[in-house]
Design a protein around this ligand. Structure first.
Ligand code: CP
Ligand code: NVA
Length: 311
């Protein structure tokens, strides 16, 4: 059988994603009961990281250990890739040693090249373009909190407020497969990349998803079931910080945004958060917030992904 990669949520079919969620639920329940099944016994996974990480790194490493495998963390500065060894050669060599590769880097094309060159499955742990593991954990968290939408996602209204970045793009792609209403509120000039919108619009024809994009975050937050935000300055954009902080000033989840959403709205943030910027302390620590459940679910969902691709 041909190996499979997970570089974008669109690498799985919607049926596969529903099955993955069922399995994730099972894994989460097992862990709560102290049951650790060794689905990745004797499997070794290389984790190449060119950017910093708390959740992705730790949840992958912990997940791999819980499943009986082992992880090798490779900071990009420590390997010859940093000295000009090609992605192709790196992929071929690693494929002789390990059973899978998780990578976090800047250019999405590099991850595509790595996956195309490697003989083992490659999982995208975030690129400048996409963050697919995050989107799966996000939707898993949404359905945990709002089970009424499990068989009926078309009534679910999900509003993303902020930058049309990697997290927003993966959320849009997954929404377009699920068939929910997805509203993206960004400042002008910070919209989701055209190539992603095109794929989402194509998916939406099949799923019935409703895609709404605009600049008025209060308008787009009205009656939302889920509010979502992310940092204004992503990793790699540090030189744009000053400009971005000015442009995004109002694109935050605060009490005024909560007020217009449904009374039982839940608030998500992929984290790390810049408290006081894209989200206030009051919201982050308030009754609507599910951000730490969301972070926990990264662990469970990624275990299901690894088992699917590797075992
Ligand atoms: N949400 C997320 O990917 O967090 P890290 O950058 O800490 O991995
Ligand atoms: N958009 C953020 C997400 C971090 C998990 C970034 O790319 O830095």
């Amino acid at each position: 059988m041909k190996k499979r990669d997970f570089l974008s949520v669109t690498d799985f079919s919607i049926d596969e994603i529903w099955k993955l969620f069922e399995f994730t639920h099972k894994l989460k329940k097992q862990i709560r009961k102290g049951i650790y099944k060794k689905y990745l016994k004797n499997k070794i996974i290389a984790m190449i990281f060119s950017k910093t990480s708390t959740r992705t790194r730790v949840s992958f490493e912990v997940g791999i250990r819980q499943l009986g495998g082992s992880a090798i963390y490779l900071n990009k500065n420590d390997i010859q890739l940093n000295k000009g060894e090609t992605i192709y050669d790196t992929a071929k060599v690693l494929s002789r040693y390990v059973n899978g590769i998780v990578i976090r880097t800047y250019k999405h094309e590099e991850v595509v090249e790595l996956a195309n060159s490697a003989d083992v499955p490659v999982i995208n742990g975030l690129t400048d373009l996409l963050h697919p593991c995050q989107a799966l954990a996000d939707f898993f968290t949404i359905f945990e909190n709002k089970p009424q939408f499990v068989n009926n996602p078309s009534n679910l209204k999900l509003t993303f407020i902020g930058d049309g970045n990697n997290v927003a793009s993966s959320l849009l792609l997954l929404s377009s497969m699920m068939g929910n209403e997805i509203r993206i509120a960004t400042p002008k000039g910070y919209e989701i990349p055209k190539q992603i919108i095109e794929i989402a619009e194509e998916n939406a024809k099949k799923s019935g998803a409703k895609i709404i994009m605009g600049n008025d975050h209060i308008e787009l937050a009205k009656d939302a079931d889920v509010l979502y935000t992310d940092v204004w300055v992503s990793m790699g954009q540090e030189s744009e910080s000053e400009e971005r902080i000015k442009v995004f000033k109002n694109y935050r989840i605060d009490r005024d945004v909560i007020k217009v959403a449904k009374t039982d709205v839940i608030v998500l943030h992929c984290l790390p958060a810049n408290r006081g910027m894209e989200i206030t302390d009051e919201v982050m620590d308030g009754p609507h917030s599910r951000v730490f459940d969301e972070a926990e679910n990264r662990l469970h969902v990624q275990k299901a992904i690894m088992i699917k691709l590797l075992s």
